[in-house]
Design a protein around this ligand. Sequence first.
Ligand SMILES: Nc1ncnc2c1ncn2[C@@H]1O[C@H](COP(=O)(O)OP(=O)(O)OP(=O)(O)O)[C@@H](O)[C@H]1O
Ligand SMILES: [Mg+2]
Length: 274
Amino acid sequence: MRCSVWATAWPASFGEAGPLHGACRRVALRRRLGPPLVIEVVRFAGVRADPVRPAFLAVEGIDGCGKTGISRSISQHFEDRGVEVVATREPGGSPAGEQIRHLILSGSDASWDPYSELLLMTAARVEHVKRIILPALARGETIVSDRYVGSTVAYQGAGRGIPQEFILELHRTAVGDLWPDLTIVLDLEVEIGLARSRRRLQTISADEGRFESLDVGFHGRVRRSFLHQAAIHPDRHVVIDASRSPDDVRRATLAAIDCWFATRGANRGYVQGV
Ligand SMILES: Nc1ncnc2c1ncn2[C@@H]1O[C@H](COP(=O)(O)OP(=O)(O)OP(=O)(O)O)[C@@H](O)[C@H]1O
Ligand SMILES: [Mg+2]
């Protein structure tokens, strides 16, 4: 069933997608990181971003790739255009989900069996989707989520070795098969991401380093999974090279988002069984 909230919740002020002024140019980059061919928008030639439709965006990538900072920039970018934004995160986003976040991200890796971890992540997502995301979409607000189900496919699937089909089935039945309109994957070498992340955790003395404690092999599988997800669903992913300066990453991300909205529109999310 297609999500009907879009049609009813579409503020009249957004109108139809704006005309194209200029064109997005896409450049194919083949990375020596296994089979996926990663397409990244590397140039943006004056596509007009306004008016922007309410949409569901997620930001994904390995630990320390810059998701939280970029999520803030994306929210600001939409707010600057007068769009109501709900900035949220996973695991977490709802009161119960934030409690689950603390359980899963703290402590040692041995704290949870991979299946317990998956079920806790999914429980947090059910609360997040049903209490925060769907009501916000119904109000016509745009969601910017720092991580979503792509992280579960990557961490509990590719990382922990739980069959992906089981994860997707759980997502279909428990969560209602809600996928973002657009997922931004920030791609970065694992060693660089982990170094950034560990530095940040030390600075703020946060007890959220359970995944950072895992080895480079684990994080390598996670990285490849994000690239694979983007490669098999290129219509709803953009991959950004996150090894550049924060300013360059921000500019590339916002340009890619504007380009995506101008050329594809946002009405690509779907909800089934909710
Ligand atoms: N492009 C960049 N170059 C250098 N440092 C960066 C860049 N982007 C972010 N950082 C720094 O790296 C650290 C991690 O960034 P951030 O918290 O946004 O990443 P994250 O993907 O949300 O991490 P985590 O997965 O741990 O939540 C921060 O200290 C941030 O200032
Ligand atoms: Mg973060």
